[in-house]
Structure formats: structure tokens, C-alpha cells
Design a protein around this ligand. Structure first.
Ligand SMILES: NC(=O)c1ccc[n+]([C@@H]2O[C@H](COP(=O)([O-])OP(=O)(O)OC[C@H]3O[C@@H](n4cnc5c(N)ncnc54)[C@H](O)[C@@H]3O)[C@@H](O)[C@H]2O)c1
Length: 357
């Protein structure tokens, strides 16, 4: 399988490693910043570089798939271009800036019959896979309620780079840290959302004490996104989900987790950080809370360590599922539900009203 990458930034390295591990070959990398594409190609031994996806598609018809690793604004337009050219598409998260863009990607994937999958790498973490297995085997029962949390104390990704510019990113931590929302929904069986109530805040934007270790920080671009969000989502099934996402808030530390309460067992997948934003300082765990013979039992599930939070394994799954060897870890219809929820979060925060979906 031959793959072309678009966007030679931080995340593309994980894609390269995953594709190679699955036996696919990256033939080219395109970036509108051509020196960046060239440096990336040199580092990863990639033969060709281009200034755009268009050029790459014209020059390399043998490509089977395109991996999109650009700022969020370009996900939908590039994915549709690649799908129309008959390529499978692996696109980083968030799927798009909003549900309308995601719907267009969904339609293009359906029309082309090609595989469209997203960088929801947290589903590919060993801890998430372990919990998913217990849920699938019926140990947890029905998940009534869940809490999706990705909170940072000081983790705004750059000031004035694309992350803080709503036009380029689609939003702040609601959309950037949507991994735990996706993971909670996945554990819950991706139920149909009915109502969303939310509040967002934009404190600490531009305050250097609240900046994370990534992202361009020239302070010149726009900073018009939220820095924290608290929300509740209810579902037609009667289930409910609480959401806390922040880049900057007076929290104790960075916490990334999904907790859930089922009819037979509860549980948690968690990553704690000793130092905000530094994956190498993280501590991952997953556990189940059950009742056995009248005893309250907390079970730690021991898994292998994956510092990269499933980013490489998810790219491996994209290649294997494109070849039809395994089921994909995530699907476009799930991404559409997720983007409808993020749209409703922003709408509710703006109107101070509960939004019905
Ligand atoms: N899954 C994860 O854990 C994770 C983590 C961080 C970022 N991301 C996502 O990955 C994507 C990229 O993030 P990043 O941190 O690598 O960004 P980055 O800014 O490091 O890199 C983006 C690259 O895209 C290039 N680019 C911009 N527009 C382009 C276009 N139209 N065509 C070709 N190239 C273009 C830029 O020049 C840049 O080199 C984003 O969607 C982000 O949300 C995912």
C-alpha cells in the first residue's frame, strides 16, 4: 500500500511510524511550507516532496491512501479532494471544524466507497482496548453515565498560532481535546444525543504562564477560542455524559480520563501527568469497580505501556483496515455524531440555552 502525507508537522511522524509498522510505504509528503516538507522527507527517508495535495495526486497516481495532518480548517477540503481522487483517507482529529464539514466528508466517503478514518488514537491505547473488551464481554452492563475529562492547568498550545485562531482550528479545547469525549461515547455505544447544555470560558488567553510546550507562540495571530468548557450531554437512550475540557484552568494537574458507571461495573481509563504536556512524564492506568460476593472490589487491569497514546497503533489500524484485514477503530458516522455534539456545545455556550439535537 502506497501512502502520501499532507502536512509535515509534529503529528506526521507518528503516522509515518505506524504506516511503516503495518508494511505500507510513504511515497511522498506535501506541505505548503516546502522546506518543512523537504526536512521531513529527509528525516523519514521519503522519496518525493510537493507543495500541495493537488500536485501530489497529479504526479503519483499509484497512491492508495492520503494521510491528512494539517491544521483543522483544511481537513474537510483535503479529505474530499483525496476521496474524489479514489484514495483512502486517514485524517487527524478533530475530523473537521464542525458537523457541516464532517457531513461533506461523510458523503464523499460514501460516494467514493473508500475508507475514511480519523486520528482518535486514544481508542488504540492498551488501557482503552482492555476496557473495551470488558464492556464487549458484558462485564460492565449498560453504561448509564460517564465523565470525559481532559483538563490542563497550563496548556494553551501557542499564542497566535493556528490552534488559538478559530477560523483555522474551529475552536479551543472542546475541539482540540475531544479525544476523551470520543472515547466515552465509544464505551457508551455511541448513543444518539438529544440535548446539550454547556458553558465555556476564555480566561488566561495570552498569559505566558498558561502556555503549553507546543505550538507557535509569536503572539501576533488571533486568539479567539475558549480555554475551558463544562458541558452535559443527554441521549435518547437515557444515558448521560459530563464533559470537562480545558487548556488553562486552576486544576491540580493535567488529567486525561474517562470514568463510567455501568449497571454491573464502573471503571476508568486515565493518564495523569507529572508535568503538563510532557507525555514522557505520564502515568497510565485502567480499572474496574465491581461488587463481588458482597465486597466492593477495585480491579487494576495491567497493560503494556504506550507513551505515544495509541498514535502509532491507530495508524497501523488504518492500513490494516484499509486492506480489509481488521475492523477500523473508528467510523465516519461516529465522527458525525461527535461533531454534532461539539457544534451543540458551542451553540449552548453562546446562547446560554440547552440545545436540542
Ligand atoms: N492525535 C493527536 O494526538 C494529535 C496531537 C496534536 C495534533 N493533532 C492534530 O494533527 C493536526 C496537525 O497538527 P500538528 O501539531 O502536526 O500541526 P503543525 O502546525 O505542527 O503542522 C501542520 C503542517 O501542515 C502544513 N499545512 C498547513 N496547511 C496546509 C495545506 N493546506 N496543505 C499542505 N500543508 C499544509 C503546515 O505548513 C504545517 O507544516 C491537527 O489537526 C491537530 O489537531 C493530533
Amino acid at each position: 500500500m502506497y501512502i502520501g502525507i499532507v502536512g509535515a508537522g509534529g503529528m506526521a511522524a507518528y503516522h509515518c511510524k505506524g504506516f511503516a509498522q503495518a508494511g505500507a510505504k510513504v511515497l511522498a509528503v506535501a506541505d505548503n511550507n516546502t522546506p518543512k516538507a523537504e526536512a521531513f522527507a529527509k528525516e523519514f527517508g521519503i522519496g518525493k516532496t510537493y507543495g500541495s495535495l493537488e500536485e501530489m495526486l497529479l504526479s503519483l497516481p499509484e497512491l492508495d491512501a492520503i494521510s491528512i495532518v494539517t491544521p483543522n480548517k483544511f481537513h474537510s477540503v483535503l479529505a474530499i479532494q483525496a476521496l474524489k481522487a479514489g484514495k483512502h483517507v486517514y485524517c487527524e482529529k478533530p475530523p473537521a471544524r464542525n458537523a457541516q464539514e464532517m457531513q461533506a466528508m461523510y458523503d464523499a466517503a460514501k460516494k467514493s466507497g473508500k475508507h475514511l478514518m480519523f486520528g482518535f488514537n486514544n481508542r488504540a491505547r492498551p488501557e482503552s482496548k482492555a476496557i473495551a473488551k470488558y464492556i464487549k464481554e458484558g462485564v460492565v452492563g449498560r453504561i448509564n453515565s460517564a465523565q470525559a475529562t481532559w483538563i490542563r492547568r497550563a496548556g494553551i498550545p501557542g499564542f497566535g498560532g493556528w490552534f488559538t485562531d478559530k477560523e483555522l482550528s474551529g475552536g479551543g479545547p472542546v475541539i482540540d481535546l475531544l479525544h476523551m469525549i470520543d472515547l466515552a461515547l465509544y464505551f457508551m455505544g455511541y448513543p444518539e444525543p438529544t440535548q446539550v447544555l454547556s458553558t465555556t470560558f476564555d480566561d488566561f488567553l495570552g498569559n505566558p504562564h498558561f502556555k503549553g510546550p507546543w505550538g507557535i507562540a509569536d503572539g501576533k495571530g488571533k486568539m479567539d477560542v475558549e480555554t475551558a468548557c463544562h458541558a452535559m450531554v443527554t441521549f435518547a437512550s437515557g444515558q448521560c455524559l459530563m464533559i470537562r475540557n480545558s487548556w488553562a484552568e486552576m486544576n491540580e494537574r493535567e488529567v486525561v480520563s474517562v470514568t463510567f458507571q455501568g449497571t454491573k461495573a464502573g471503571g476508568k481509563v486515565e493518564r495523569l501527568f507529572a508535568r503538563d504536556g510532557y507525555d514522557e512524564t505520564s502515568l497510565d492506568s485502567c480499572r474496574l469497580y465491581t461488587e463481588e460476593f458482597g465486597n466492593q472490589v477495585n480491579r487494576d487491569i495491567i497493560t503494556e505501556r504506550d507513551e505515544f497514546m495509541g498514535r502509532i497503533s491507530n495508524a497501523v489500524n488504518f492500513v490494516q483496515s484499509s486492506r480489509g484485514e481488521v475492523e477500523p477503530f473508528n467510523t465516519p458516522d461516529q465522527a458525525l455524531v461527535l461533531m454534532r455534539i461539539t457544534d451543540a456545545i458551542y451553540e449552548s455556550a453562546k446562547t446560554h440555552q440547552c440545545v436540542s439535537l
